[in-house]
Ligand binder design. Structure first.
Ligand code: NAP
Length: 333
């Protein structure tokens, strides 16, 4: 329990955040009743911002980023968990207010932890992670509004990223036609292999705006924000549903009210930091009816080691990575 281990720690110096690989012991981690040996952490866009000090995400320093992880319990002061349990954690300010997954050992409050759902291996749960959970939240909201596969295609922007690829795959397996928007058309074959029916050049969204565009989509998952979100709103069919998930291209957008008052378009936000009721329900679906075909996802899943994370984060923020990247620990790699 007191054995030293490695973690990526972000410290603040002169108002600037710096991340470095450090050697720690468990007593230096933020408090939690359950100690884990981390098996996988996911590389999320938000983690890259934290690691490189590009946005104020971490609440107080020093902090280990990593908003999601899958691990094995090695000690527990809470009767709900025992050594050997395969568990996952995401949300609950993990990697923000609490030390996160970019560490060989984690201490997690028991109230933040859940078992890896039955039907998934730890690695499969890690592949789904926050991106798959986020896509499932959007799909559940669409269906709660009454969306059905026959209503029309669902657009997915930032299609080459982790949320984009998992969304394409999960939506297509649920029976929907998916139109993938990407800046990198070299990914066309890969996106089609995941289930995209159409692959569109993301430049479409950058053309000079018209009051309304051709009504193409019944729903949309937007990972990009900025003018792409404005274009999506103008491109929805009557009653179209737009889930705003991400901001890879920016936080602000210029829009008009016309999509809302001429086509009854609905715009809503997704926050993956779900309630326990939503978590258990959606993880069950992701392990059963909405489970990915992991063989089909395999070419899109990349593994790196803790020592590679900072260089990877630079590339991911520059939009030079694609698919789902897991940080694999110990024998997991
Ligand atoms: N709301 C939530 O709870 C939640 C949960 C998870 C993620 N997110 C957010 O969702 C977004 C996507 O996350 P992710 O994990 O998929 O990130 P990611 O793996 O880094 O992928 C982002 C994708 O967006 C596109 N992109 C990147 N920079 C862009 C730019 N400047 N202009 C236009 N497109 C750009 C790229 O797709 P192409 O190369 O295909 O164009 C890239 O692959 C992020 O903003 C993230 O913070 C939100």
């Amino acid at each position: 329990m007191n054995a030293p281990f490695h973690a990526l720690v972000v410290r603040q110096q002169d108002g600037q955040a710096h991340a470095a690989l450090e050697t720690l012991t468990a007593g230096q981690l933020s408090p939690g009743e359950v100690t884990l040996r981390t098996r996988y952490a996911g590389m999320n866009y938000k983690d890259c911002l934290s690691l490189l000090g590009k946005a104020r995400i971490i609440s107080s320093y020093p902090r280990i980023p990593g908003i999601e992880a899958v691990g094995e319990v090695i000690a527990s002061e809470d009767a709900a968990f025992s050594p050997g349990d395969a568990v996952l954690v995401h949300g609950f300010q993990t990697g923000i207010d609490f030390d996160g997954g970019l560490s060989e050992v984690m201490r997690v409050p028991a109230r933040h932890l859940q078992r890896v759902p039955e039907g998934l291996t730890p690695r499969q749960a890690a592949i789904i992670g926050v991106p798959g959970f986020t896509a499932a939240m959007a799909l559940e909201r669409f269906e709660a509004w009454g969306l059905q596969p026959g209503d029309g295609p669902i657009a997915v922007t930032g299609a080459g990223g982790a949320v984009g690829r998992l969304a394409i795959h999960i939506l297509s397996r649920a029976g929907y036609r998916v139109a993938a928007l990407t800046r990198d058309l070299a990914q066309t074959d890969a996106l089609r292999a995941l289930g995209a029916s159409d692959v569109l050049d993301a430049c479409l969204a950058l053309a000079p705006p018209r009051p309304l565009e051709k009504a193409r989509f019944a729903a949309a998952i937007d990972n990009v924000g900025g003018s792409t979100l404005a274009w999506l709103l103008r491109s929805m069919q009557d009653g179209g549903l737009v889930a705003s998930v991400g901001n890879a291209a920016g936080n602000t957008f210029d829009g008009s009210v016309l999509p809302f008052i001429m086509r009854r378009v609905h715009l809503f936000g997704i926050v993956a930091n779900a309630t326990w009721e939503e978590r258990l329900r959606l993880w069950h679906k992701l392990a059963q009816d909405w489970a990915p075909d992991f063989a089909a996802l395999a070419p899109d899943v990349h593994e790196i080691r803790l020592g590679d994370v900072l260089a990877h984060a630079q590339r991911q923020l520059a939009g030079a990575t694609s698919g789902r990247t897991l940080v694999a620990f110990g024998e997991a790699a």
